[in-house]
Design a protein around this ligand. Structure first.
Ligand code: ADP
Ligand code: ADP
Length: 224
């Protein structure tokens, strides 16, 4: 089955804002897929629905063939979502935060993988620091680390490089690139065409809650 099927997704917020007006697309397994669009396009709303933080007004989402509403946990297990912001327990250390997340997924003995994630994201020397003692940039690294703890099939990054230092950007892309090469599907939202162009095989462009285009990156670029 495809990694992600989005069918007729609509979302109207209680104040009447139509953030998604019937969006449909499919992401195949193993793709590196870009979701582009200006602020307000509906990208974060779509990711929030995928992550279970918001519910669609109408439409269907399926993840690796699993309907997101009927098989919530099994579908979530296949997703590693790196949101734009999250609140951590301030008193846990970095390593405890990742172990806690492992526990949420029912994983034990995950310390080797956790150690590798910490290493690859430049967090090893911060592993025993409490979350409330970390800089904003380091917290963003933990946000990425947390999403990878259960080795998700699909990695979803919501504006991962907004306000992020060059060093993290580089280690992030090399690590994500390797996970993709090893078989993970990657979905990236960004409002930078350059970033999407460098990484993504296909790009969907959203605007005002609708899908404006969906093409292979080279075809899209040939028109500019
Ligand atoms: P993007 O991530 O592409 O910038 P969003 O999904 O954040 O787009 O926003 C899409 C539209 O929905 C915008 O008009 C935004 O103002 C609106 N919106 C987002 N969240 C809410 C909310 N909680 N309540 C009302 N409107 C919202
Ligand atoms: P519950 O369904 O038990 O209420 P929550 O939605 O509160 O679970 O999530 C608990 C933890 O699991 C949080 O740290 C959250 O970030 C994480 N989580 C939930 N869904 C996902 C997902 N799809 N990918 C990664 N982490 C997730």
């Amino acid at each position: 089955p495809p990694a992600l099927v989005v069918e007729g997704l609509r979302k109207t917020y209680p104040n009447g804002t139509e953030a998604l007006k019937g969006v449909s697309f499919t992401v195949e397994e193993g793709e590196f897929f870009g979701l582009l669009g200006p602020n307000g396009a509906g990208k974060t709303t779509l990711i929030s629905i995928l992550g279970g933080l918001a519910t669609a007004s109408v439409g269907r989402l399926s993840v690796c063939g699993l309907d997101l509403h009927k098989n919530k946990r099994a579908a979530a297990r296949r997703l590693g979502i790196v949101p734009q912001e999250i609140t951590f327990d301030p008193f846990l250390t970095v390593r405890e935060t990742l172990r806690f997340q492992s526990g949420y997924w029912g994983l034990s003995g995950n310390d080797r993988w956790i150690g590798e994630i910490l290493e690859r994201l430049g967090l090893s020397d911060k592993a025993d620091r409490r979350m409330n003692a970390l800089s904003g940039g380091m917290k963003r690294r933990v946000l990425v680390a947390q999403a990878l703890v259960h080795r998700p099939r699909i990695i979803v990054l919501d504006e991962p490089t907004a306000g992020v230092d060059v060093e993290l950007r580089e280690s992030l892309w090399s690590f994500i690139g390797e996970l993709h090469a090893a078989g993970a599907t990657v979905i990236l939202t960004t409002h930078y065409l350059q970033e999407a162009q460098a990484m993504c095989g296909r790009i969907a462009i959203m605007n005002k809650g609708e899908l404006a285009a969906l093409e292979r990156t080279e075809d899209l670029l040939s028109r500019f």
